[in-house]
Design a protein around this ligand. Structure first.
Ligand code: URA
Length: 404
């Protein structure tokens, strides 16, 4: 039976819901082996899935664990993962400060992409293991909660995601759509904004694949009566100037505190405006006026401080390493490229990210980019500053910056 299902997909045939259930639920129960699941995932990667198969598989994923539904409409945002992506830390307080509740279950980073929970846990005392009761109470009292995914939210995705990571099957659009949408639907979101990252430092490398993924996620959303909007944003170069957990919290606070006006700020305004537009049923233009006012007036920053304090975090104790190295340019010119993927891998080698799921991260280390793409640089000028806690060979780091 199991082999027949693999063969059927290998030949490009359509699997019934029963077949998908037998295979995937069997895997969850430990009756289907990793190598059999790997073979099916590869066949799906190559042959694809019909919309009906994708809806069925999403449903099987959702039903594999607990689902949540806290009272009131919730707007959620999901990013497909990037380097230096601290947008949730900025957007959630903006949206909440405008009366749209945000209850977000976020993940930890793996590989060169960072995770919101790791960033928040760099704040000493910050709790990310809230119970359902605590989530409901906090939502009611301050309208913003960010917590880690509980053990039982889509357990099938946890298993499959780890397997995809090591079997070359991460880039399948049906599998990405199923993975993201099952988690969003199971966590109780009513309106969902997906930030699809495209580029060298993202899972999706091409615009046309991002468009396909967006269409598919909207269809899954419609099937489950959820409003889904998607934005495609660039991930060729890291987002913002800081990469590393405490450093990214500091950068997020600077944006909320009106200290920076750059691409990251503009992107956060766009994303937050979409969320507020969905949450309040108003136009994006109208929402944008409110979003800009919330940042300008300090309302969003105050909401961030309230949220961190409520979850036990002490920002006074936030630490970055005091051991620093400046990487200097060997020549003068214009910065043409700073690879998000290479910077992401560098941050992992410094200890800011994980290679294996169990790895411990060092919240105090990371990279601050002193130069961005398009900037002029002089010979011996600083390209980036490394915050380190261990010996590091900086020989090849300068090459991450393409200077012409
Ligand atoms: N993010 C997810 O949650 N799942 C994927 O498959 C890809 C990105």
């Amino acid at each position: 039976m199991i082999v027949e299902i693999i063969n059927k997909k290998r030949l490009g045939k359509i699997l019934s819901k029963k077949e998908l259930e037998n295979f995937f639920n069997g895997y969850l129960r430990g009756e289907v082996a990793d190598y059999q699941m790997s073979a099916l995932l590869m066949a799906i990667c190559i042959k694809g899935m019909t919309d009906k198969e994708i809806f069925d598989l999403t449903d099987i994923f959702i039903k594999s664990g607990e689902t949540f539904d806290f009272p009131g409409i919730e707007v959620d945002k999901h990013s497909t993962g990037g380097v230096g992506d601290k947008t949730t830390l900025i957007i959630a307080p903006i949206v909440s400060s405008l009366g749209v509740p945000v209850v977000k279950m976020s993940g930890r980073g793996l590989g060169f992409t960072g995770g919101t929970i790791d960033k928040l846990e760099s704040i000493p005392g910050f709790r990310t293991d809230l119970t359902d009761l605590e989530i409901a109470k906090q939502k009611k009292e301050i309208g913003i909660v960010i917590t880690s995914q509980t053990k039982n939210l889509v357990p099938l995705d946890k298993l499959i995601y780890s397997l995809r990571d090591v079997t070359g099957t991460t880039e399948s659009i049906p599998l990405i759509a199923t993975s993201i949408m099952s988690k969003k639907i199971a966590s109780g979101a009513d309106k969902i904004l997906i930030d699809i990252k495209v580029g060298d430092g993202a899972l999706i490398k091409k615009e046309k694949d991002a468009k396909k993924l967006a269409q598919l996620m909207k269809k899954i959303g419609k099937f489950h009566h959820k409003e889904v909007r998607c934005m495609t944003t660039n991930m060729d170069t890291p987002l913002g100037t800081s990469i590393g957990n405490s450093l990214e919290v500091i950068e997020a606070m600077e944006i909320l505190n009106n200290k920076e006006d750059n691409y990251l700020r503009r992107l956060c305004i766009e994303l937050a405006s979409e969320m507020v537009s969905m949450g309040k049923d108003i136009s994006v233009e109208e929402a944008k006026i409110q979003v800009e006012e919330s940042i300008r007036s300090g309302k969003a920053y105050q909401k961030f401080l309230e949220f961190v304090k409520y979850q036990g975090g002490d920002l006074q104790k936030l630490k970055v390493s005091d051991q620093r190295i400046e990487v200097k340019s060997k020549k003068a010119g214009t910065i043409k490229k700073i690879s998000a993927k290479d910077i992401g891998n560098l941050s992992v080698s410094l200890g800011a990210g994980r290679i294996e799921k169990e790895d411990k991260i060092d919240p105090t280390v990371g990279i601050v980019l002193n130069k961005r793409v398009g900037d002029q640089v002089l010979e011996k000028e600083t390209l980036c500053t490394l915050y380190i806690n261990k010996e590091i060979n900086i020989e090849q780091i300068e090459e991450i910056f393409v200077i012409e």
